[in-house]
Ligand binder design. Structure first.
Ligand SMILES: Nc1ncnc2c1ncn2[C@@H]1O[C@H](COP(=O)(O)OP(=O)(O)O)[C@@H](O)[C@H]1O
Ligand SMILES: [Mg+2]
Length: 230
């Protein structure tokens, strides 16, 4: 089966008087239905690798393929289009628009992709309701709890139905109960076998809720293991 995202021998080095290598010779293929946790110490290159997988940065050597397509030769515009249509991003901070309601925050990327307004409204409402946010749709981010805000951010990342969801320390500002709930939600998102999630976390307990753990040290993959079902 074609991987939704694949890194082949990816190295990223920042040029300079003293070049800094963030990611070293990483090969990683993530297929539909996989829920991958990237772990490793602070500074090990987790965020850098996620940005490469998400086409927010380009490798110095090696390739990143999206659904089998090498992205190396693509223009900035073509990369932006793939990011917008086929990849969802969640970060440690929610980055919700403060003056917009939860539902409107989903509608912003939906309207950019296009479609009939009534259908977009219905889809936004259904996504939020599916994440237990039915009563929060018309509230502003500041009226929501931290856990709810991050769930809105996940719903927004899925607004245009991307197959790939990338999350960088999405639970970094949450307490352990909300963090566990967010990982449960990720498990539900991949359950139909159509999507995959790659999530960076330094929390080994949370990483254990993923189906696969990839550990980085100094920019290299040092282990890549599947979770043994309990
Ligand atoms: N723009 C940059 N300039 C210089 N060093 C950087 C830059 N971005 C990241 N680094 C360094 O690269 C390494 C990997 O960073 P990062 O991917 O953010 O690690 P992690 O997410 O695992 O904490 C770290 O040592 C970091 O300090
Ligand atoms: Mg990081």
């Amino acid at each position: 089966m074609t991987a939704l995202v694949e890194a082949r021998g990816v190295t990223r080095t920042l040029p300079g008087a003293v070049p800094v290598t963030l990611v070293r010779d990483v090969s990683l293929a993530v297929g539909p239905g996989e829920f991958v946790a990237i772990t490793g110490p602070s500074g090990s290159g987790k965020s850098s690798l996620l940005y490469l997988l998400g086409l927010l940065d380009r490798p110095t050597t090696g390739q990143v393929l999206i659904e089998g397509e090498d992205t190396a030769g693509l223009s900035a515009g073509a990369l932006a289009r793939i990011r917008r249509e086929r990849i969802g991003f969640v970060f440690q901070f929610h980055f919700l628009l403060p003056e917009f309601t939860a539902r409107e925050n989903l509608l912003v990327p939906m309207r950019r992709a296009g479609g009939e307004e009534a259908a977009l409204q219905a889809r936004a409402a259904a996504l939020l309701a599916g994440f237990g946010l039915g009563d929060a749709m018309d509230k502003l981010p500041e009226q929501l709890s931290g856990g709810m805000r991050q769930r809105v951010a996940v719903a927004r990342a899925l607004a245009n139905d991307p197959a790939l969801l990338l999350a960088d320390e999405p639970t970094g500002n949450l307490d352990s109960a909300n963090a566990a709930a967010m990982f449960d939600l990720f498990g539900e998102i991949v359950a139909d076998g159509r999507r995959s999630i790659v999530v960076v976390t330094h929390d080994p307990v949370l990483a254990g809720r993923a189906t696969r753990q990839v550990r980085l040290v100094d920019g290299r993959v040092v282990s890549d293991t599947a979770t043994v079902p309990a």
